[in-house]
Design a protein around this ligand. Structure first.
Ligand code: ZN
Length: 182
């Protein structure tokens, strides 16, 4: 897919929407009131709006490799703060997925030097090697549950989001199913 292809696809997107609702973009430009804040992995197969078929304006999204919550990550903290304080989202969803490259790299400890810093963060949320784990998909689940815990202890959540529900889920790339974990 080249640059031309992206442009063509965007033009088709605009055309389709305007055919259905000529005033769609007039409404969209008025602002956003998303119900959800979602933390997702960056993996190209797990795009939150695509897999949930949610229209624009419904999900405020933050993405990083293996959907990590880290209080030292200013980018994530800023997204969380904005979502809670100004957008007043109703739910926070942490979404991991099966076949996650970040989880695999952390578990096998074979990441490139440039990735070591981030991968070691992921590693700290996974069980000790001595524990029996059936599959990397099981590790993806464990990771999501750990990030839910981190989120609930995050100072921004503690200050602005205590009443906001936090959910954890796992997207199955092999079937398309979004499984609720918590
Ligand atoms: Zn991933």
């Amino acid at each position: 897919m080249d640059k031309q292809e992206l442009r063509k696809r965007n033009e088709a997107f605009v055309r389709k929407i305007i055919e259905e609702d000529p005033l769609y973009f007039d409404e969209l430009k008025k602002g956003q009131t998303p119900e959800f804040f979602m933390l997702s992995c960056s993996d190209s197969r797990v795009s939150p709006s695509v897999i949930t078929q949610m229209p624009l304006g419904n999900i405020f999204v933050h993405r990083n490799i293996a959907n990590q919550v880290d209080t030292r990550d200013e980018s994530f903290s800023a997204s969380l703060y904005y979502a809670l304080k100004y957008l007043k989202v109703k739910k926070i969803i942490i979404k991991g997925h099966t076949d996650c490259g970040g989880i695999k790299a952390a578990w096998s400890e074979t990441a490139d030097e440039e990735l070591q810093g981030w991968v070691s963060k992921i590693r700290s949320s996974l069980p000790d090697k001595s524990e029996v784990v059936n599959s990397t998909n099981e590790l993806s689940k464990i990771n999501v549950l750990k990030q839910v815990e981190h989120l609930k202890n995050h100072p921004v959540y503690q200050a602005y989001g205590k009443k906001v529900e936090v959910r954890g889920c796992l997207f199955h790339v092999e079937s398309g199913e979004l499984e609720r974990l918590i």
